[in-house]
Design a binder for this molecule. Structure first.
Ligand code: AMP
Ligand code: GLY
Length: 436
């Protein structure tokens, strides 16, 4: 941690979150000459090395605001979506504290799939055809009028990435609706369902800093959501990621900017729900061009870990400018390096797993590798122990994906904790191997 008073701008920053994404963000922020002091609420064993962890929970919006006021922070940077959906940015604005992250109204781009779909429809942003319903009867009559085939059923609200069912038949789609509306499988989040046309094609996550209608240079990454090799097993928070995608071209980037990123930012301004922060577009590259699967109002995890490895511009400068409505003045530059992240998880994740397991091999990591902590804590004797499902994110840089991938997996082999699980096929498709 830099000595207080050595920074050029002496900023005191509060970062909200506790995952690998926030450790990577803390790492980038701690390199900034603008930083004086970094607080992380609540943080993990990795962020404790870079700043001061403060035990305020991610869901405790009044606690976050009180912490920011009490410690007189100059900027709050919010990692996860939940406090944004709960209005932490609005409350910080009311307290006169600059915040990097959207208001509750703008966070609806993630927190309400129905609102996001209607926004896309109003602004002609390419996405899957859809309809939203609150009752089983209306859903079923809509589904039964569709041609037989795949259809996607989604809970409208936040469901921790689990609220999506890809139904192969009308019967399966009807069953999904019964579970969501009838059995409240996702609680209140599923009291409205969104029924979508099923799209096909490679998926990509695209990120840009956005302040009102200003959209920074974008960057892209691919993530792996399934637990096991070959894209098998249950969905997880993300088991790995790489950047840049092998299919990424300047032409594709220009199309995505023109047809998706710029219109959505301008559309939100036009509707009085200006977006401030990092916009995450989850896209499918269909035969008829890139189409939106979903938007998120924050960095992806673990995509942040790989894209931040390519960020040449000071993250704190960008975050401050975005919060102050001055993003236009900053030239956001992503370098051409590759980066690969392999997530090491607790045995059993995303089901039940043990915590408190000691981790070894963390002390020496090769050049070009960062080991970000996702679910860790420090035992009383100073040992780093597991404290969550996703435990560590091993991130390697390289001139190309093959080099970065090799270094990441060499490092993974040198780290141990009982029951550790990880995928062995992250980024293989980008180096020409015939796999997912
Ligand atoms: P979401 O939570 O909206 O990101 O959806 C989770 C996953 O479901 C996505 O990463 C896609 O693989 C898939 N998915 C969601 N919507 C669609 C769609 N309309 N067509 C095909 N696949 C979809
Ligand atoms: N990696 C997917 C997400 O952050 O939602």
């Amino acid at each position: 941690m830099p000595e207080p008073g050595t920074g050029v701008a002496d900023l005191r920053v509060l970062l909200v979150g506790s995952g690998g994404r926030e450790h990577a963000m803390a790492d980038a922020l701690s390199k900034s000459p603008l930083l004086d002091q970094l607080l992380i609420a609540p943080g993990n064993a990795g962020t404790a090395e870079l700043g001061e962890n403060v035990p305020v929970a991610i869901g405790d919006v009044p606690g976050i605001v009180a912490l920011a006021q009490g410690r007189e922070v100059d900027l709050v940077i919010v990692g996860p979506e939940a406090p944004l959906a709960d209005g932490v940015a609005d409350d910080l604005h009311s307290a006169g504290i600059p915040v990097f992250g959207p208001t509750r109204s703008a966070a609806r781009i993630e927190s309400s799939k129905n609102w996001a779909k209607e926004l896309m429809a109003r602004h002609a942003i390419p996405t899957a055809g859809f309809a939203a319903f609150r009752t089983i009867e209306d859903s079923v009559s809509y589904i039964n009028a569709l041609p037989e085939g795949s259809v996607v059923v989604k809970a409208d609200g936040l469901a921790a990435g689990k609220g999506v069912i890809i139904a192969g038949t009308r019967k399966e789609a009807n069953e999904a609706v019964m579970k969501m509306i009838g059995d409240q499988l996702f609680g209140d989040a599923g009291s409205t369902v969104v029924i979508e046309e099923c799209m096909e094609g490679p998926e990509v996550s695209v990120f840009a800093f956005v302040d009102g209608a200003t959209v920074s240079n974008e960057v892209s990454a691919c993530d792996y959501k399934r637990a096991h090799d070959g894209d098998s097993g249950p969905n997880t928070g993300g088991m790995g990621a790489y950047t840049p995608p092998e299919f990424w071209t300047p032409e594709l980037a220009a199309t995505i900017r023109r047809e998706i990123l710029e219109p959505v930012a301008a559309g939100m301004v036009a509707e009085g729900a200006d977006f401030t922060g990092i916009l995450y577009a989850g896209l499918m590259l269909t035969e008829s061009g890139p189409r939106v699967i979903e938007f998120n109002c924050r960095f992806g995890d673990p995509e942040a870990q790989v894209v931040l490895a390519r960020l040449e511009t000071d993250l704190l400068e960008i975050a401050l400018a975005t919060a102050n409505g001055e993003l236009d003045d900053v030239d956001v530059h992503w370098n051409d390096q590759a980066a690969v992240c392999v997530v090491m998880a607790s045995g059993g994740y995303p089901g039940s797993y043990q915590t408190g397991v000691p981790i070894t091999g963390l002390s020496s990591t090769p050049d070009g590798v960062q080991v970000y902590h996702a679910g860790t804590s420090t035992a009383d004797d100073g040992t780093v122990i597991t404290a969550g499902g996703r435990v560590l994110d091993v991130v390697a840089n390289g001139a190309d994906i093959a080099k970065a991938r090799g270094t990441a997996y060499d490092t993974v082999s040198a780290i141990n904790f009982e029951g550790a699980e990880y995928r062995t096929d992250i980024a293989t498709r980008a180096v020409g191997s015939p796999t997912v």
